[in-house]
Design a protein around this ligand. Structure first.
Ligand code: D5M
Ligand code: FE
Ligand code: ZN
Length: 507
C-alpha cells in the first residue's frame, strides 16, 4: 500500500515538474516525496529558479525553502530595537494630517438592503456622477434628461448623460447600449465598423457616462463616449523633504505571511541599515496600509489549512505587535480589506476597537474605512483596498490587469468610481455612494492583487503597494505572479519613488 501511494505521489510530482518545465536533482526529489506540501514547494522552487534563469531544482534549494517555511510557521513576535545611532529628520517634523471621516462609511451605515435603499443609492451615484460630467466642455448641446432628448431632430448634435443599464452585441456585431436616467431609457448604437467600437466594448454595466451623438428614429447614434475622468493637473510637490511608505496585504496569520522579511522592514524603519538606507528611512513620516492586514478566517473555502494562526484575535494581536514596532514619529494610516474582520461588503468601516487593541492608545496610528480620503502635507489621498479589481479585470477582459494593476487603477479613476459594476463583489447600497471618486486625488493607493505597480496619471500618482504574503497555491494555479516584500517610498518634495526590496521568493 505504502509503496503504491509513494509511487502515485512521485508521478504527481513529475507531472508538476513537467508542466513547470524543470528538472529535479535525485536527492531533492527524495526529499520532496517525503513532504506533505510537496507540490506547493516544487512550484515555489520552480518560480525561484526560473527567476534566476536556471532549470534544475537542487537539494540545497529544497532544504532552504523547507527551513524558511518552518521559521514562518513559528509566528513568534520578535522585538526590533531602534538603532541608537539613528537620528531621523522626520522625527523633528510635525505631522500634517487631516482625515475626512465625513467621506467614509465608518459609523454612518444606515442601510438594511431594502428596495428604497437601492433606489436612493443609485440616485445618489447618478447625481454625483452627473455633477462631474456636467462640468466637461462640449460643442454639442447638453440635454438635461434622456426624456428631453426625444425632442431633438437627427440634424442636432446632442450630449446625454446616463447609466449603462445593459450592453449587448447585436447579431451584426454592433454594440447596443441601453442608457438610462431617472426619466427614461434610450437604445444607443456604436456600429461594428465605427472607430469607437473598441472603446464601446470597454463600457461597463452601471457606469455613468456622457454620450455625444444624434437621434436616428428611435436610436441614438454615438459619435463620442465621454468618461467622467479626473482633470489633467500639475503633479503636486510637497514643501517638506519627507516621504510616504506604502503597504498593503500583509496577511498576518497566513502560513505565507513573510514574517522574517517584514521584520527586516521594521528594522529598516528603526534605522538599522546602511547609511543610504538610514537616509531613506529618516525621511519617512507617513505609512499607509491599504487592507488585508490579517488573513482572517473563512474568507475563501479551504482557507483553514493555509493558516498558522487560526484565531482571529490572535491574528490581530500579532498585527498590532508588528505595528507597535514602527517608530512613533511615523504616522500610520490603516484601512481594512476583504480579509479583515469588518463586513466584507464595501464600503467597509474602520477596524473595530476590539481588533485594534493597543493601537487605539497610540497617537501616531489612525484607523480609517475602505475607501478612505485623507490629506498629508497637503496631498489629497484616496486609499482603497482594491477588491473590485478582480471583476474589473474580467469585465474589461484585461489580460495584463494582474501584472499591471496601475492600469486598472487608472480605469477606476477614468470612471470616477471604485466599483463601477454593482454586485460582482458584495457592495452595500448606502444612501450616499462612498465608492464615487468625488474628487481628483494627488495619490491613489490600493492593493489586493498582490502586485506592485506605479503610474503618473493626469497629475495623480497611482500606486499598488503589492504584498507581504508569499504566492499562495491558489495564486500559482491561476497564474498570478505576486511581488512580495517590495516597499515603495514616495518622496513628496521631488515626486520621485524608490522601491526597496526585502526579499521574498517571487521573481
Ligand atoms: O486576493 C489576492 C488576489 O488573489 C486577488 O486577485 C484575488 C485572488 N484570490 C486569492 N485567493 C482566491 C480564492 N480562493 N478565490 C478567488 N480569488 C482568490 P486576497 O484578497 O488577498 O485573497
Ligand atoms: Fe490580499
Ligand atoms: Zn484582498
Amino acid at each position: 500500500m505504502e509503496s503504491q501511494s509513494a509511487t502515485s505521489r512521485e508521478s504527481e510530482l513529475l507531472a508538476v515538474a513537467e508542466s513547470q518545465q524543470v528538472l529535479i536533482e535525485p536527492d531533492a526529489f527524495q526529499e520532496l516525496v517525503a513532504l506533505e506540501n510537496a507540490e506547493g514547494l516544487l512550484n515555489q522552487a520552480a518560480s525561484v529558479i526560473k527567476g534566476r534563469g536556471q532549470y534544475v531544482v537542487s537539494h540545497v534549494l529544497v532544504a532552504d525553502l523547507v527551513a524558511s517555511l518552518q521559521t514562518q510557521k513559528k509566528a513568534l513576535p520578535v522585538t526590533v530595537e531602534a538603532s541608537t545611532r539613528f537620528d531621523a529628520p522626520a522625527k523633528r517634523m510635525e505631522a500634517r494630517i487631516r482625515i475626512f471621516k465625513d467621506r467614509e462609511v465608518t459609523n454612518k451605515s444606515r442601510c438594511t438592503g431594502t428596495l428604497d435603499d437601492f433606489v436612493a443609492h443609485f440616485n445618489n451615484r447618478f447625481t454625483q456622477m452627473k455633477g462631474i460630467l456636467r462640468g466637461r466642455r462640449t460643442e454639442y448641446t447638453f440635454v438635461e434628461t434622456i426624456q428631453k432628448a426625444a425632442a431633438f431632430t437627427a440634424k442636432e448634435k446632442i450630449r446625454v448623460v446616463g447609466m449603462v443599464y445593459q450592453k449587448k452585441t447585436t447579431k451584426n456585431g454592433h454594440v447596443l447600449i441601453e442608457l438610462e436616467d431617472d426619466t427614461h431609457a434610450m437604445p444607443c448604437l456604436v456600429s461594428a465598423n465605427s472607430p469607437l467600437f473598441a472603446e464601446a466594448q470597454g463600457l461597463l454595466e452601471d457606469e455613468v457616462v456622457a454620450l455625444d451623438g444624434f437621434l436616428s428614429k428611435e436610436l441614438f447614434i454615438v459619435d463620442r463616449i465621454v468618461w467622467p475622468d479626473v482633470p489633467i493637473r500639475e503633479k503636486k510637490r510637497g514643501d517638506n523633504d519627507v516621504a510616504i511608505g506604502f503597504l498593503s496585504d500583509l496577511h498576518v496569520g497566513s502560513k505565507y505571511f513573510l514574517q522574517n522579511e517584514f521584520y527586516k522592514l521594521l528594522e529598516f524603519l528603526n534605522g538599522k541599515g546602511t547609511t543610504e538606507e538610514q537616509e531613506v528611512a529618516g525621511k519617512i513620516k507617513y505609512l499607509f496600509i491599504a487592507g488585508d492586514l490579517v488573513d482572517g478566517i473563512g474568507v475563501y473555502p479551504t482557507q483553514e489549512n493555509q493558516l498558522v494562526t487560526k484565531d482571529i484575535y490572535e491574528q490581530y494581536r500579532q498585527f498590532v505587535a508588528l505595528i507597535k514596532q514602527i517608530p512613533e514619529h511615523i504616522h500610520v494610516i490603516i484601512g481594512p480589506g476583504n480579509h479583515d474582520a469588518v463586513r466584507t461588503a464595501e464600503p467597509q468601516p474602520q477596524l473595530f476597537d476590539e481588533f485594534a487593541m493597543d493601537l487605539l492608545d497610540q497617537s501616531n496610528v489612525h484607523l480609517v474605512g475602505n475607501p478612505a480620503w485623507f490629506e498629508v502635507e497637503g496631498f489629497k489621498v484616496l486609499m482603497y483596498h482594491g477588491t473590485s479589481l478582480d471583476s474589473l479585470i474580467s469585465s474589461l477582459n484585461a489580460k495584463d490587469g494582474y501584472n499591471h494593476p496601475e492600469k486598472m487603477g487608472i480605469e477606476l479613476l477614468k470612471r470616477r468610481h471604485l466599483a463601477p459594476t454593482y454586485g460582482d463583489k458584495p457592495l452595500v447600497p448606502e444612501h450616499q455612494d462612498y465608492m464615487v471618486v468625488s474628487d481628483a486625488p494627488d495619490i491613489f493607493h490600493f492593493g489586493h492583487v498582490h502586485k506592485n505597480g506605479y503610474a503618473d496619471y493626469r497629475g495623480t500618482f497611482v500606486i499598488n503597494a503589492g504584498t507581504w504574503q508569499d504566492t499562495t497555491d491558489f495564486q500559482k494555479r491561476i497564474g498570478h505572479q505576486p511581488t512580495p516584500c517590495r516597499f515603495p517610498v514616495y518622496f513628496l518634495k521631488t515626486g520621485s519613488l524608490q522601491v526597496l526590496h526585502f526579499g521574498g521568493f517571487a521573481p
